[in-house]
Write a protein that binds this ligand. Structure first.
Ligand code: ADP
Length: 453
């Protein structure tokens, strides 16, 4: 509900100064800060000036407006005769509107009212109706100062405003300089980062080139090793075979008789040469497999036949008490497209290992179809392999130090498993192990039902 605080009549130029001064006083009394006091006073005096020039006078009223407590200061400037917008502004659309929150012109009952308002700060909530009444009485009692006083006050305000503008300009200049400085810094940083990135990129490219070169060298070295192994073992085979033959001749009953000691030594030579020949043969096989010189010959293989043959040849090696070799009959038709010779070699190797490292219990081989692949497993109840060595046993020459073969099974070369894995890979499959020390091991060969090209 609006509460009138003061009304004034404007009849002459002098009144313009008065209305400006009173406007400031009312605004100050309602708690508006100095800048806002000047704004509303300036807007008011400008509208009053225009109205005085257009129609020779105006009525001004100040009101505190708000639902409960005052929320804004509203000033009505009323012209006694109707005015057109052009009269009021002379073509200029009331630029003073920028100085207040709202400014509107309304026409009613043959009068024109220009209404402007400015929102009051929250502190205005403390202005009770009684305080407003007191304020109205106060304003009525005080007499306005002379135009000279108002001019002096206006000058003071102008100086303060100019000072403010200057300090803002200085601040702006300082901020601009700072911004320029920051920009230069950012640009320099950007340049530095780009250079660093370029440098890093060059490094990475060089590193890749080096890496390529190193892997080419590594490939070359690996090929050289394979060639060397193949040549060396090939060259060694003939003399070692000759040594075995000669030792056999020396020990033969039809040769000159030897003393018991000589016979023992010749047997030692023959045993060592036989071990050496085994090693040379294994090396040659592995080198051949690695160099890609083994070409599987693909054909339909009957797993029942392969299993039967292995059962027959290895049974002799399993004639120990408390031990059994079980080769389960695959469920016919057990056909696989593979290389029979290579596949038999792999399985024989795994069975041999099982026999070699299992004192009691059994070694069992079985075949089953699993999701379109043949799963051929050889499991035993032997010494087992510690989990951390499950991959190492597929490295060339690696033998588990704690695993001693059962007596009479020979020492082995440590080349059987790497060779077997290489062959299985050639056949398009995989060879894995699961094992637990003391409980036994299971080696599993997984092969596609239809391998080959
Ligand atoms: P070799 O049997 O000639 O020593 P392998 O490459 O066939 O060489 O095997 C490597 C090592 O893996 C063996 O020396 C042995 O320590 C371990 N091993 C292989 N098969 C078994 C098995 N069935 N049970 C326990 N250990 C095994």
């Amino acid at each position: 509900m609006p509460r009138s605080l003061l009304t004034m009549t404007i009849r002459q130029a002098h009144d313009i100064f008065v209305v400006r001064q009173r406007g400031r006083e009312v605004a100050a009394a309602l708690g508006l800060e100095e800048q806002d006091q000047i704004r509303i006073a300036t807007a008011l005096s400008e509208v009053a000036r225009q109205m005085l020039a257009a129609v020779g006078g105006a009525e001004v009223s100040f009101q505190a407006v708000g639902r409960h407590a005052p929320q804004s200061l509203q000033v009505d400037v009323v012209s006694p005769v109707p005015l057109t917008q052009a009269d009021l502004t002379r073509g200029d659309p009331l630029p003073v509107g920028r100085l207040v929150d709202t400014l509107s012109v309304s026409h009613a009952d043959a009068v024109t009212v220009v209404t402007m308002s400015r929102r009051l700060p929250p502190s205005a909530a403390r202005l009770t109706p009684e305080r407003l009444d007191a304020l109205r009485a106060e304003l009525a009692a005080t007499s306005p100062g002379s135009p000279l006083d108002e001019l002096a006050a206006q000058n003071q305000q102008l100086i303060a405003a100019l000072d403010e503008v200057r300090s803002q300009r200085d601040e702006l200049a300082r901020l601009n300089a700072e911004l320029q400085e920051t920009n230069r810094g950012v640009l320099a940083l950007y340049g530095q980062l780009s250079e660093e990135l370029e440098e890093t990129n060059r490094g990475v490219v060089a590193l890749y080139a080096e890496l390529d070169e190193k892997s080419a060298q590594l490939r070359g070295a690996n090929e050289a090793k394979t060639r060397f192994l193949a040549n060396a073992s090939h060259e060694l085979r003939a003399p070692v075979t000759a040594i075995i033959g000669l030792a056999r001749l020396l020990a033969d009953a039809s040769s000159d008789p030897l003393t018991a000691e000589q016979l023992r030594q010749v047997e030692l030579i023959r045993g060592s040469a036989t071990d050496l020949l085994g090693l040379v043969n294994d090396l040659l096989d592995l080198a051949k497999a690695e160099s890609g010189r083994i070409e599987p010959s693909w054909e339909d293989v009957d797993l029942c036949a392969v299993f039967g043959q292995l059962r027959g040849t290895l049974r002799a090696l399993a004639s120990r008490p408390q031990f059994e070799l079980v080769v389960e009959e695959p469920e016919p038709p057990a056909l696989i497209r593979s290389d029979e010779v290579l596949l038999s070699r792999v399985l024989r190797n795994l069975l041999h290992n099982g026999l070699k490292f299992t004192e009691r219990g059994e070694v069992r081989m079985r075949a089953r179809l699993d999701d379109g692949r043949w799963e051929l497993s050889v499991s035993d109840t032997g010494v087992g392999i510690p989990p951390e060595l499950h991959e190492r046993i597929f490295e060339e020459f690696y033998q588990v130090p704690s695993a001693t073969p059962v007596p009479g099974a020979g020492t082995g070369t440590g080349l059987g498993l790497p060779y077997a894995r290489r062959l299985v890979t050639l056949l398009g499959g995989s060879l894995t192990v699961s094992s637990e020390p003391g409980r036994g091991s299971t080696f599993t060969v997984r092969l596609p039902v239809r391998g080959g090209p």
